[in-house]
Write a protein that binds this ligand. Structure first.
Ligand code: ASP
Length: 343
């Protein structure tokens, strides 16, 4: 037996494990076992790395709730035997996926670090090596014989973020993610510097891990824009079996005050559809009732999404709808921080 931490490295797909098909010039997933061959430096890390891979790796554009459950179950089954988990996914939907996983794991006591890359691992100028090596190092960092990170994070381009605070903001630059409403949890320079006061602290009584797998995806994102018609709003709120609407409003949570628009939302709420107000702005928070243009939303029972990202609002809504809560409880839990996702 060694005292080296055991790290499970799960490859689900994405650019990090892709190669160029020189006939078609398109990127396609390759055998994950070659990934470790491409980075022999990994052997130097002070941990035992066990790689596992989806049988058929996916581009993250094909991600869905069944894959969330698959990722969660792989981690759940290995939870006791491993000290940390690194999950490789495509960056395109990484914020959605990692955020959903953060809600699925209640009482998490071990690090789950999502990462990927903008360039394939075999590319000369690849960002994959640094992202992968540092993620593994973070997942194996321990203090007083306990993991330093005990939450779901996303590591990209020298920064470790709380996963459910991130958004992909760039399809070109290596710095593909940002977290506008919460500072990075760690930064990688000459040293790996953890911002200890920003990390999620586990509950005192070491509660048992609970894995929540009931996710309800009968939701929609309704983004407001000047000129949006009644027909559009009406057709959205009358989608059969719709359970929730993420309403992307302007600025600090503002929407048209037109009676017909408000009445439609009111009707949707009456029909047991949950509506959450999130801002279209990249940073800042919804302040319901701050302007006249959000007073009516508050009055009809729209839930305050505060400073949550749209990606996380989607994940949290799927999770809370799956829990079958009353209107009142849904509002109560949505407006509270469950995994550090909301201010
Ligand atoms: N299209 C890729 C994906 O999200 C991009 C990436 O891996 O970053 O799977």
């Amino acid at each position: 037996m060694t005292n080296r931490p055991n790290i499970l490295l799960l490859y689900t797909g994405g650019t990090i494990g892709m190669v160029k098909d020189y006939k078609t010039n398109a990127l396609k997933a390759f055998d994950f076992n070659q990934l470790l061959e491409k980075i022999p430096e990994i052997e130097q890390l002070n941990c035992n790395i066990i790689p596992v891979s989806f049988e058929k790796p996916i581009d993250s554009s094909n991600m869905n709730t069944s894959y969330y459950i698959k990722i969660a179950e792989i981690i759940e089954n290995k939870y006791q035997n491993f000290d940390g988990f690194v999950v490789l996914t495509g960056s395109d939907t990484m914020s959605y996926t990692s955020s959903a996983i953060s809600f699925m794991f209640e009482n998490l006591q071990k690090p789950v670090i999502f990462t990927g890359s903008q360039l394939p691992i075999g590319d000369l100028r690849t960002d994959a090596k640094e992202n992968l090596i540092t993620s593994i190092e973070i997942a194996s960092t321990r203090k007083n014989n306990k993991p330093v990170i005990r939450e779901v994070c996303l590591y990209f381009e020298y920064k470790l973020y709380r996963a459910n605070r991130t958004t992909k903001i760039n399809a070109e630059q290596f710095e593909a993610f940002t977290s506008m409403n919460y500072p990075p949890l760690a930064e990688s320079g000459v040293h790996l510097h953890f911002n200890n006061n920003l990390l999620l602290k586990p509950k005192k009584n070491q509660s048992k891990l609970i894995v929540r797998k009931k996710l309800d995806s009968r939701i929609v994102i309704l983004k407001l824009y000047p000129g949006i018609t009644e027909t559009v709003v009406k057709s959205i709120i009358t989608i059969p079996n719709l359970k929730g609407i993420i309403l992307e409003t302007y600025g600090s949570g503002n929407a048209p005050t037109e009676k017909r628009f408000i009445d439609l939302l009111k009707q949707a709420i009456k029909n047991d559809i949950r509506i959450v107000n999130v801002t279209q702005c990249a940073g800042g928070s919804v302040l319901m009732g701050h302007y006249e243009t959000s007073v009516a939303l508050k009055k009809i029972g729209v839930v305050n999404g505060k400073d949550i990202t749209t990606e996380t609002a989607v994940a949290k809504m799927m999770y809370l709808l799956g829990e079958n809560l009353s209107k009142k409880d849904f509002k109560y839990y949505f407006e509270q921080s469950l995994r550090g996702e909301i201010g």
